[in-house]
Write a protein that binds this ligand. Structure first.
Ligand code: HSE
Length: 388
């Protein structure tokens, strides 16, 4: 099969290497503004012009690994309309434009696949869709951002500095071009939208999901939680409850002996609970050149070999996102025990002017609102839900 790759960064070059390793897939064009160091021998097939790819009848499938929504969306639409299958790891694009792109692919009789958009090298979405063929998904949850896990794990294990670990994650190629998407939780949010909509056949949008990241975490939070036998992870969660979907992203404190607490380095751990199968977890490399690149090429091979995938459910569900009944106890660290805070707190300790609290059960909506409000005001605060 002759294919093209649009975008030749970390994942694009990983896909190129995996295509070579797989055999039977020939990369005949690469869309890039310039060549990549170490790949000078490919300069002849590099083009900056999308029409060289969309207009080439030899190319049957295009891998889009440019990232971002535009111009990736415009280029993907062009390729689908030109009758080419598309495989993409681009979670921004799929989270924002899933229905529109799937409809366009169907209208043109071609496939659009994006297994690597959530979980990098882990065949999470593949298995989620497979489970759904004969079961009902009740909940999906997990650690889906390798950069955040890499930082949190190093802070927990070695007392490492937040900023230093973020810099290393960027150098290795785990982090997004703008790493605020990782640490503020936006990357996890997009992966939550994709996983949720596939799990429940919903049409939930990014703005329906509550999201709080780890950008305000400090070494003192990790140390305090560790002293209490807890480790902090950034979690996505979506659950079918009382005719709606509770769906949010937030830091969560897990018992040190739990599966989640023991996810090391940039690994992801993604779990589904379904009516018949019960609970199943998927663990592995959630980011990086070769894990994500090979996952992209697995989709290419499936399309080449005519393997069908059950993408949709039984039509779009009427279930909407609704977090109004979601409640947890929270760990909260803040700088002042004011009259707003005191009634929410069950127990607290003050150390050097910092308040370490365990809250009463609080609505998730209220906790997130307080966290964002404090952030906007530049006031010290971090919170993590207690997993209990
Ligand atoms: N920045 C992302 C992460 C890349 O760290 O998980 C993979 O989606």
């Amino acid at each position: 099969m002759k294919i093209a790759i649009m975008g030749f960064g970390t994942v694009g070059s990983g896909a190129y290497e995996s295509a070579k390793a797989a055999g039977g897939i020939e990369v005949v064009k690469i869309l890039a503004r310039h060549g990549r160091e170490g790949y000078e021998y490919l300069n002849e097939i590099i083009t900056p012009d999308i029409d060289d790819i969309a207009g080439d009848p030899e190319i049957e499938l295009v891998v889009e690994s440019m990232g971002g929504v535009e111009p990736a969306k415009e280029y993907v639409l062009k390729c689908l309309r030109a009758g080419k299958h598309v495989v993409t790891p681009n979670k921004n694009l799929i989270s924002a434009c899933y229905s529109e792109l799937m409809e366009e692919a169907a209208a043109n009789g071609v496939k659009l696949r994006f297994t690597s958009a959530v979980g990098g090298g882990i065949p999470w979405l593949f298995n989620l869709l497979r489970t759904k063929r004969c079961d009902e998904i009740l909940q999906v949850r997990g650690i889906v951002n390798g950069t955040c896990n890499y930082i949190l794990d190093a802070m927990y294990d070695k007392g490492a500095d937040f900023g230093e670990m973020l810099k290393i994650a960027q150098e290795i190629g785990y982090a997004e071009a703008d790493p605020s998407a990782d640490i503020e939780g936006t990357d996890t949010l997009r992966k939550t939208v994709i996983s949720t909509n596939l799990a429940f056949d919903t049409a939930i949008q990014e703005e329906d999901v509550l999201c709080y990241g780890i950008d305000t975490i400090q070494a003192c939070d990790i140390a305090y939680l560790k002293e209490k036998g807890l480790a902090c992870k950034l979690m996505m969660k979506a659950e079918k409850k009382a005719g709606a979907i509770e769906v949010y992203v937030e830091p969560t404190a897990f018992s040190a002996d739990s599966l989640e607490a023991n996810v090391k380095l940039n690994n992801n751990l993604i779990t589904l609970t379904a009516k018949n199968i019960g609970t199943q977890s998927f663990y592995g490399q959630g980011a990086g050149m070769m894990p994500t690149g090979q996952s992209v090429i697995q989709d290419v091979i499936d399309i080449r070999d005519g393997k069908e995938q059950n993408v949709g459910g039984k039509g779009v569900s009427s279930l909407k996102a609704d977090n109004s009944n979601a409640v947890h106890r929270y760990y909260i660290r803040h700088d002042r025990m004011c009259e707003h805070m005191e009634p929410l707190v069950d127990t607290y300790e003050e150390r050097d002017g910092i308040y370490y609290c365990i809250s009463k059960p609080l609505p998730v909506e209220k906790m997130h609102e307080m966290g964002h409000h404090r952030k906007e005001k530049g006031r010290e605060m971090f919170f993590a839900a207690l997993d209990e």
